[in-house]
Design a protein around this ligand. Sequence first.
Ligand SMILES: [Zn+2]
Length: 346
Amino acid sequence: MYILKMKGFKRLAKKLVAEWLYRLWIKNPREWSKGIVILMYHEIALRDTPVFRYFPVLCAAPESFSAQLDWLRGHFEVISMDEAMRRLTNGTGQDSRAVVITSDDGWMGFHRYGVRALRDRGLPATVYVTTSVLQGQVPWYVRWRLLLEQHPQMLALLARHVGRAEPFPNADSAISALKGLEYTRICSLWRQAVEIVPFEEGTLPSDWFIGENEVREALQSNITIGAHTVNHPILPREPEASLRREVNECKNTLEAISERPVLHFAYPNGDHSDLVIRCVQEAGYATAVTTTAGWNLPGQNLYRLRRVDVHEAACVDHRGRFSEAIFALWVTGEWERIKQRIGFLQ
Ligand SMILES: [Zn+2]
């Protein structure tokens, strides 16, 4: 009870601090950062759905996303990734305050709610697609999350299999450990796991990710299709042959479906290395985005573009309602700076 009260109090304090700063700051937009901010979304989902419950840090509610778009177009220029690339290359990016909207993986809710909200407002966005989802496969980290939530006894078994003395405390830490492994090893652990626990692969959600038709539909709506590998492996863990296959095959698949060049790439989990960057360049991509937080100015390496992660908690107040003050501070990176100074709000 005490903890719940503290949480509620912290959320209220956050809203009050955010609103106070926002009021001071909105009066003087010249002080705002300039440059290009690339926002990273994943899924747009209703709050009472399983996908929202299992992946709260990947989801925003449709009404929050619409409110965010309205705030963004009132304060920023909303531009495509192609335009961002031009401005970062020709040096004009430092004079503008522009935002690029992106979504990773190919989640169906982003297509269903997000693309519609963007289309209604005439705004562009880029969707980075993991191409195995187009054939109905559920990405490995989604499968593992569902299995571990439904069968928590696997937390101890999996820990033993990866040579850890203690059981994983939760699904998050288990998935973080899996991200340290090569993709073939993650797959072999999965095959062992589903022999141990009664987890029917047929019960995996079949409608959480888009198919080829949705890719074609999105292209009608000012959406740029980018690539996000075939299987969502953590690229620096992969042997070079597999790394090149992951980077090249998804490009070929998406170009065949979209009948246009696919020039933009997103590293799964943001993880990259010099070799990964070289493979992405050699595959013919012109830009690649990471998950390193921050804005982009001309001179920024186009294969290490920074992004700001956005999900529901980035924009709602203590009552779960959209707060433009909280969202504004989040997008501009001000909130991170404030949190570092005021430890209580962490
Ligand atoms: Zn991803």
